[in-house]
Design a protein around this ligand. Structure first.
Ligand code: NDP
Length: 317
């Protein structure tokens, strides 16, 4: 039996830096926000070890700790934070209808989508093993590259992200080996040329990852295979970076919200968090294929809450 319909002024979907920042602003503006945390409370940062580039933490902070602090800050202003997964929406009318866990129905004046994106992984058991241990495997060079300074790293991927991250690592690490599964890059020519012309980046074409190797919980190398010759070899490294793309968590909105060809939500008005549906706003990685940083997510979360406030004020509610 379905529960009674709940009416809210501002519904925030997602609990990364974008969602919590939106919550802090919306609650301080008396929008009484309700925030659903989704599958991974705290979002992608909960899989990051140390965050050293978020302003205001001169000594750094762990990803999970930062997310607990953001949650506590949102709670301090009485954001109603709940566990739950949005399974259906109907944005066809003036009232935005959202269903949580296939049962609870919510009617929201404004909705802030902060569902983020998920990094893709190779899904090799050894990759997942070291990822869960929290050292040696990462999907974010800008976040974690610094921990491998002066060391050798391997990065898999051949798109713009992989090129950007390989170049970033090349400034920190002694050597970066790039694994490209075809005999060419997917990245734009200029980005590919930049890595091809960087002396401490070695590119292995037609090469796939077989296994991440390690000792005592630390990564020591990668075994790779040339998919043309069948030859395998081991590359020593202490860090393995995966840069094979992200999947934005936006499919549930696809019938109503304009998405680009990769599923990122399109801004209806660049420079604002507005979507094509009035009263529905987006922030963070769900609409950001380029920057994907905690600080940019937080910034857009603030913008989304300010726009939600304006929308409600203009409606005279
Ligand atoms: P892309 O989807 O463009 O590239 C993914 C890359 O990963 C491809 O080279 C793909 O190989 C490879 N890959 C996928 N799965 C595997 C696998 N299982 N094993 C090995 N390799 C794999 O993702 P990006 O994140 O690089 O870019 C996403 C979008 O963001 C693009 O539109 C890009 O242009 C844009 N972007 C722009 C930037 C900029 O302009 N500064 C910076 C970063 C991103 P294959 O080619 O064989 O399919």
């Amino acid at each position: 039996m379905s529960e009674e319909i709940e009416k809210v002024k501002c519904l925030i979907i997602g609990s990364g830096p974008a969602g919590y920042t939106a919550a802090i602003y919306a609650s301080r503006a008396n929008l009484n926000p309700v925030l659903y945390q989704g599958m991974q409370p705290g979002g992608q940062l909960t899989t990051t070890n140390e965050v050293e580039n978020f302003p205001g933490y001169p000594e750094g902070v762990t990803g999970p700790e930062m997310m607990m602090q953001l949650e506590a800050q949102a709670k301090r202003f009485d954001t109603d934070i709940r566990n739950g997964w949005v399974t259906k929406v109907d944005f066809s009318g003036d009232v935005h209808k959202v269903w949580v866990d296939d049962s609870k129905e919510i009617h929201a004046q404004t909705v802030i989508i902060a569902t983020g994106a998920s990094a893709k992984y190779l899904n090799l058991p050894s990759e997942q093993h070291y990822l869960k241990l929290g050292g040696g495997v990462s999907a974010c060079a800008v976040c974690d590259g610094f921990f491998y300074r002066g060391q050798e790293t391997v990065i898999v991927g051949a798109g713009d992200s992989a090129c950007e991250e390989a170049h970033y690592l090349s400034n920190i690490c002694t050597k970066v080996t790039m694994l490209v599964r075809r005999n060419e890059f997917r990245a734009s020519k200029i980005m590919a040329e930049r890595v091809q012309n960087t002396p401490n980046i070695e590119i292995l074409y037609n090469t796939e990852t077989e296994e991440i190797l390690g000792e005592n919980d630390l990564v020591t190398g990668v075994r790779v295979k040339n998919n043309q010759t069948g030859e395998t070899k081991e590359i020593p490294c202490t860090g393995f970076f995966v840069a094979i793309g992200h999947t934005p968590n936006t499919q549930v909105f696809a019938d109503y919200i304009d998405l680009d060809e990769q599923g990122y939500i399109k801004y209806a008005q660049p420079g604002t968090p507005k979507t094509n549906v009035a009263g529905v706003f987006v922030c963070g990685d769900a609409a950001d294929r380029t920057y994907r940083q905690a600080i940019t997510a937080a910034g857009t979360g603030c913008m989304a809450a300010l726009e939600a406030e304006r929308y409600i004020a203009a409606k005279g509610h």
